[in-house]
Write a protein that binds this ligand. Structure first.
Ligand code: GLN
Length: 315
């Protein structure tokens, strides 16, 4: 399925983009000093359709650190390296209904899911644990770049340092999981946390991120390069968890009213997957109470009013 009349579609998306820009609610994330310094009014959007048509608006070429937007990719990589059974022995697949950094585990003493901090630290622990940290980060960085069709994936050293210095909450999550023997045996938990924080500091722009979303929308094959990046079964797992857990404690509401797998991050990034049709990426650092990008939510709601993209729209 392709978007017929991409020019008309682009015009409509540009209108929705302008609408969303008017929304000045929300503030930049303050708990990470380097993110608090972001210009709140940056705003970019990119679309990549499955037949390779592209649209870029505003700051679509401004690179930003992925933060939680990297979580689905880390999860997909952990699945590819360890298999589903092993990964889910250590991380659940149930929405937590709590904040993304809540100190809480599920009844089996696992993090609730891979889309919140505890679960993402757990996935990081399962990415080539026996290798040196630099190699592990390099593997994730190459994976992110190939997911984005070969786009430049950078590393924001300042954000990483800033987070390292303010990691008290994430350290507490590691302690909690450690206390409950949640990690695979022999895990170097310090290295797992470090890898997690480093992957949060990887950067892409909206253009690149939209290609990653389109790859997921395309069952794991990059629509630009034709290269298979992820197995279909892993894509299915990843999209299921993005739908149920991708927007923190707003996930149920987003699934209900927008009906698309998506993932947000505290830097203001948002990736939206329209299965079989396209990938969309937005960047706007103004966040709401849950830590989701205000303009991204506004855009999503309006998109669904105009197009039958809600996954249950056609049933
Ligand atoms: N690096 C951030 C943290 O660990 C990621 C959180 C997010 O984007 N929600 O707190």
């Amino acid at each position: 399925l392709a978007i017929a009349g991409f020019a008309g579609f682009s015009g409509r998306i540009a209108n929705l983009f302008d609408y969303a820009r008017e929304n000045r609610a929300g503030t930049v994330a303050r708990y990470i000093p380097e993110l608090a310094r972001q210009d709140p009014d940056q705003f970019g959007l990119a679309v990549c359709s499955l037949d390779g048509q592209r649209l870029a608006l505003g700051d679509a070429e401004q690179a930003f650190c992925l933060q939680s937007v990297v979580k689905p990719l880390n999860y997909a990589l952990a699945l590819a390296l360890n298999g589903e059974n092993q990964v889910h022995r250590h991380v659940g697949r149930e929405p937590s209904g709590r904040r993304f950094n809540e100190l809480a585990l599920d009844p089996d003493n696992r993090p609730h899911n891979p889309m919140i901090n505890s679960g993402a630290i757990m996935c990081a622990a399962m990415i080539r644990p026996s290798r040196p940290l630099a190699d592990r980060l390099d593997l994730v960085q190459r994976f992110v770049a190939s997911a984005a069709g070969g786009a430049a994936c950078g590393f924001d050293e300042a954000v990483y340092r800033s987070e390292r210095q303010t990691a008290a909450r994430n350290l507490s999550l590691v302690k909690l999981m450690d206390e409950h023997d949640a990690f695979p045996e022999g895990t170097d938990t310090g290295a797992a946390l470090d890898l997690y924080l480093r992957t949060c500091s990887l950067t892409l722009d909206c253009q690149g991120l939209s290609v990653g979303a389109a790859m997921l929308a395309n069952g794991g094959v990059c629509p630009l390069t034709g290269h298979r990046v992820i197995d279909p079964r892993i894509v299915r797992n990843t999209l299921s968890l993005m739908l149920t857990c991708g927007m923190y404690d707003y996930s149920g509401e987003y699934a209900f009213s927008v009906g698309l797998p998506a993932k947000s991050g505290v830097s203001g990034g948002l990736m939206i997957v329209i299965p079989g049709i396209a990938g969309i990426a937005l960047f706007s650092p103004r966040l709401d109470r849950q830590g989701n990008c205000v303009r991204g939510i506004e855009f999503s709601r309006r998109l669904i009013e105009d197009y039958p993209f809600h996954i249950f729209a056609g049933v």
